[in-house]
Design a protein around this ligand. Structure first.
Ligand code: FE
Ligand code: FE
Length: 163
């Protein structure tokens, strides 16, 4: 699609994040399988469920805007997930793997936080109040996930990887 206006840019970015969320949903089970720490496994499972909600919420957003919920290829997320695959395939030690998975998952969360942060502001600017609210709900969950992953790394996983 050609991006001529701010509206087009907003729609394109929604499609980008929809594509990204769908890819994340496919990638999370492998990260969960590769994780050893029980809390990390649980965090990844929980976030998989949340990611399903993020996709549903985006579909609702497209519906509110009267547009088809079609993704647009997100090279950034493909790159992050490819890097995750590559790094995980090179690690054998379970504790090192856990530390790696947290770092990889946080890179994904930070991408989402960047995108949703922008989208919330743009939705407000464009007068899509309900859309902004929905996107903010997802943004808050991404923040919370990022924070809990940091906590897990700082409290347990990094120390276990050092030992
Ligand atoms: Fe998400
Ligand atoms: Fe996320």
């Amino acid at each position: 699609m050609t991006i001529e206006t701010f509206d087009d840019l907003f729609l394109h970015t929604l499609k980008d994040v929809l594509y990204a969320e769908r890819k994340i949903l496919m990638a999370l089970p492998k990260m969960e399988k590769n994780a050893t720490n029980a809390k990390l496994k649980l965090a990844l499972t929980t976030h998989k469920d949340e990611t399903e909600d993020h996709i549903l919420r985006l579909e609702e957003v497209f519906e509110l805007l009267g547009k088809p919920a079609r993704g647009a290829k997100c090279d950034a997320m493909l790159g992050l997930l490819e890097e995750a695959e590559g790094l995980m395939s090179e690690i054998e030690d379970p504790e090192t793997m856990d530390a790696a998975i947290i770092s990889l998952a946080q890179a994904v969360e930070h991408y989402e936080i960047a995108r949703y942060g922008t989208l919330v502001q743009w939705a407000k600017q464009l007068g899509h109040t309900k859309v902004a609210e929905l996107l903010k709900e997802t943004l808050d969950q991404e923040y919370a996930t990022d924070k809990s992953l940091s906590k897990l790394a700082e409290k347990t996983v990094n120390a276990a990887a050092t030992a």
